[in-house]
Design a protein around this ligand. Structure first.
Ligand code: 13P
Length: 252
């Protein structure tokens, strides 16, 4: 299975800066053996696309999408609109959106299904908060979030969907989740996929880890069985540093 690394800029870099990041990143030596994507704010998609030209590395990703095709949904962006920029992946249900904007499991499931129908790979973010972790509720929370997200998804396609395990207590805190704990969480996610679909699909779906990933700990994650890549926030903001992280992650 190919390793997948996604840079998540979050709310950084508007159109004036996005093109510069892409150009600087592309000047670096980039491993072809792994899949690399960059999730940019909607307003920066055009600039990132223009700087990429026909180049396919990094793949373009979005940080969010609405579920309807079009209509009276002020401020929202549809999967078809993202398609026009050649977006290949879209984050769904990031914990920041769940916490700050009230995204529910049901909304996350609708978004994931709509993206898949439009030919964009949903990258569904799941993960427990600190209190849930302390109470030993990790598996329960993951099963609940994953099952809801899978509700409208289809098992077809080369890469039907991706899950990102992002324990909330590890996001932006420098408290990276121990790789062994991430492995256990990924197993719970895979078990839920197997329950809904099949063992062969569960084996095929990439489950990536996110939360304080950097160039120092990336190797530990991607050499852990069942961890198929990473979703990188803070350590993706500098294009050269992120390129170095990508090279470090390349097993070749
Ligand atoms: P950090 O890498 O900054 O901890 O962010 C993780 C994240 O939320 C990626 O989506």
């Amino acid at each position: 299975m190919r390793t997948l690394l996604i840079a998540n800029w979050k709310m950084h870099y508007g159109p004036m800066k996005a093109g510069g990041w892409v150009r600087a990143f592309r000047r670096e030596r980039l491993p072809k053996e792994i899949d690399i994507a960059v999730a940019v704010p909607h307003v920066s998609l055009a600039a990132a696309r223009a700087s990429l030209g026909r180049a396919s590395i990094p793949a373009l990703a979005s940080q969010n999408s609405f579920w309807a095709k079009e209509g009276a949904y002020t401020g929202e962006v549809s999967p078809d609109m993202l398609q026009e920029f050649g977006v290949q992946y879209c984050l769904v249900g990031h914990s920041e959106r769940r916490a700050l904007l009230g995204e529910t499991d049901e909304m996350v499931g609708k978004k994931a299904a709509a993206l898949q129908s439009a030919g964009i790979v949903p990258v569904i973010c799941v993960g427990e908060n600190e209190a849930q972790n302390k109470k030993g509720e990790v598996n329960k929370i993951l099963r609940q979030q994953v099952t809801a997200a899978l509700a409208g998804l289809k098992p077809e396609g080369k890469t039907p969907f991706v899950f990102a395990y992002e324990p909330i207590w590890s996001i932006g805190t420098g408290k990276a989740c121990p790789a062994q704990k991430a492995k256990e969480a990924h197993e719970v996610i895979r078990a839920a996929i197997q329950k809904k679909f099949s063992a062969s699909l569960a084996d095929k779906v990439r489950v990536i880890y996110g939360g304080s990933v950097d160039a120092n700990n990336i190797s530990e994650y991607i050499t852990t069985t069942g961890v198929n890549g990473a979703l990188v926030g803070g350590a993706s903001l500098d294009p050269r540093a992120f390129a170095f992280l990508c090279r470090t992650a390349n097993p070749a």
